[in-house]
Design a protein around this ligand. Sequence first.
Ligand SMILES: Nc1ncnc2c1ncn2[C@@H]1O[C@H](COP(=O)(O)OP(=O)(O)O)[C@@H](O)[C@H]1O
Ligand SMILES: [Mg+2]
Length: 298
Amino acid sequence: MGAVEIADGTPEGSEGDLDAESRATLEAASEFEYHSNELDLTGDPDDGNWSIRCLDVHKRLGGIPVLNGLNVAIPDETITVVLGPSGTGKSVLIKHLIGLMFPDSGDIIVRGQSVPSLTMPKLLELRRRIGVLFQDGALFGSMTVYDNVAFPLRQHTDYSEAKISEIVRQRLADVGLSDALDDMPNQLSGGMRKRAGFARALVMEPDIVIFDEPDSGLDPVRTALLCDLIQEMHKVYGGTYIVVTHNIASARQIGEYIALLWRGRIVEAGDAERMFSSDNAFVRQFLSGSAEGPLTMD
Ligand SMILES: Nc1ncnc2c1ncn2[C@@H]1O[C@H](COP(=O)(O)OP(=O)(O)O)[C@@H](O)[C@H]1O
Ligand SMILES: [Mg+2]
């Protein structure tokens, strides 16, 4: 790829008005190979090392290319952070992973299955194995916290109410909400709503858990606490976690594998340690979170 190619797929107001330094950074990025050859995207889809793979995914929305040749693989049993500025396609990417949106071209392979070509029953089956924590917790406003967390179990299992109660209470204890069982969502703080959403995302014992900006709207202390909780739950229950965020501090705190999303592509991905010590100028500028220029997180 080259900087010119990025410019081609980008809506107006982009490279044309970059200053020289930013342009130089982009030039450096254009020489950087995706994933530094450590990732064979074309290998056997059942090789078991990658829970999710996106292959050259393109998606236009409202005439604008949002996903623009996106390639990424998400390793199994790892906390992966997809880091990118606001409006760069993070939520759109999540919707593709769970088949709420479909690509114009390219493929999304989740656990060896091509999501865009699944029949609806198969897609529903797959979604049951994926827990999603949406940005605002997405709780049902008319249900108590308890009923919100019980909801997937009542929908998808034939468990007795006694068993459901046991699971729900355990999950709510896990996230520190034992005292909020009977509260309505609007009685909860933003952080508590996120934790309730997290409990609900875990209740079906998913193989894959996806978090859409779990840290948005939280102050730095609560963000750090929520990140602690995510790590703790991952340690206890395992699974493939994907945390999508624009918060570099969160990425630093919990990311074991980091993918940088920018203008509809993953510009680089790799183990956190390698990413944070990268000598690639683009990756460095990206991860430094400089408040200046077009490469910032906000
Ligand atoms: N359903 C939609 N129709 C048209 N444009 C959309 C739609 N969903 C998202 N977009 C646009 O796609 C871009 C990426 O959105 P999004 O994935 O929500 O960004 P973020 O990285 O902040 O989650 C934005 O410019 C947004 O306006
Ligand atoms: Mg979003």
